[in-house]
Design a protein around this ligand. Structure first.
Ligand code: ZN
Length: 239
């Protein structure tokens, strides 16, 4: 039995334009559905990123963000320059003097361009999808069970769920004393294999995800972060 796939869903005012920004950042091909005004790109074997029309306006910080990996200090600089050329801005989230660069994409979604790190050598261009959590261990365990991939780092300040041997981003949970509330502009969608999702994490009464709609069903993780699940869909059917 393999693990479940994950989609990072980004709500956007202009999904095709925002998708283009990200596709250029990570040098992936965008699959565009112009009728629905949405687009997507594959990242690694088990992950894709989807840009969908926003169903409500959001202000403030997101609870989740993307970390980009770099291979060398020169590569990190090149990624930062590329981001600035494509319309990103530097962002101040109170990070202080850190070796990674905190930026915001053209719609204000925070992301980081990381300095080279050993633990992301096996990652592709996306090092991690990071969720701020009050209790990284509890939330990390929840996601590990949901995805069907091991919790490989268990530190009180951060935990990490990682697919084995693939160039997928890690799912990381980093302690934050007051994570931003609400859905934010990013959420994770679990693309569950048929029969996988345990009843303990999916209540009987599911409502459609307000962003993804059918056939996705909305629920929350133990800290009330929105996520959605689509059950029994192959990746191709789920597009
Ligand atoms: Zn959804």
């Amino acid at each position: 039995m393999g693990a479940n796939r994950i989609a990072v869903v980004v709500e956007s005012r202009d999904p095709l334009r925002l998708g283009d920004f990200w596709a250029r950042m990570v040098e992936r091909r965008l699959t565009v559905d112009s009728t629905a005004g949405r687009c997507a790109m594959d990242i690694g074997r088990n992950t894709d990123v989807r840009f969908v029309p926003a169903v409500q306006s959001h202000s403030g910080a997101n609870r989740q963000h993307i970390d980009l990996a770099s291979d060398s200090p020169e590569h990190q600089v090149a990624l930062i320059e590329r981001a600035l050329d494509l319309g990103a801005l530097d962002a101040d989230v109170g990070q202080g003097n850190v070796p990674w660069r905190v930026m915001a994409d053209p719609e204000g979604n925070e992301f980081c361009v990381l300095e080279p790190r050993r633990e992301y050598r096996q990652s592709g261009s996306l090092a991690a999808v990071v969720t701020h959590a009050e209790d990284p261990l509890t939330v990390g365990r929840f996601w590990s069970a949901l995805v069907g991939a091991p919790l490989i780092r268990k530190h009180p300040e951060y935990t990490s769920v990682r697919y084995g041997g693939t160039a997928d981003p890690a799912l990381e949970f980093v302690r934050h004393p007051n994570p931003p509330e609400g859905r934010g502009r990013l959420h994770l969608q679990l693309l569950a294999r048929d029969g996988f999702v345990p009843r303990t994490v999916v209540p009987d009464a599911l409502r459609p995800c307000p962003v993804c709609g059918e056939p996705s069903a909305a629920l929350t993780d133990p800290e009330h972060t929105h996520l959605c699940v689509s059950v029994g869909c192959s990746p191709a059917e789920n597009r």
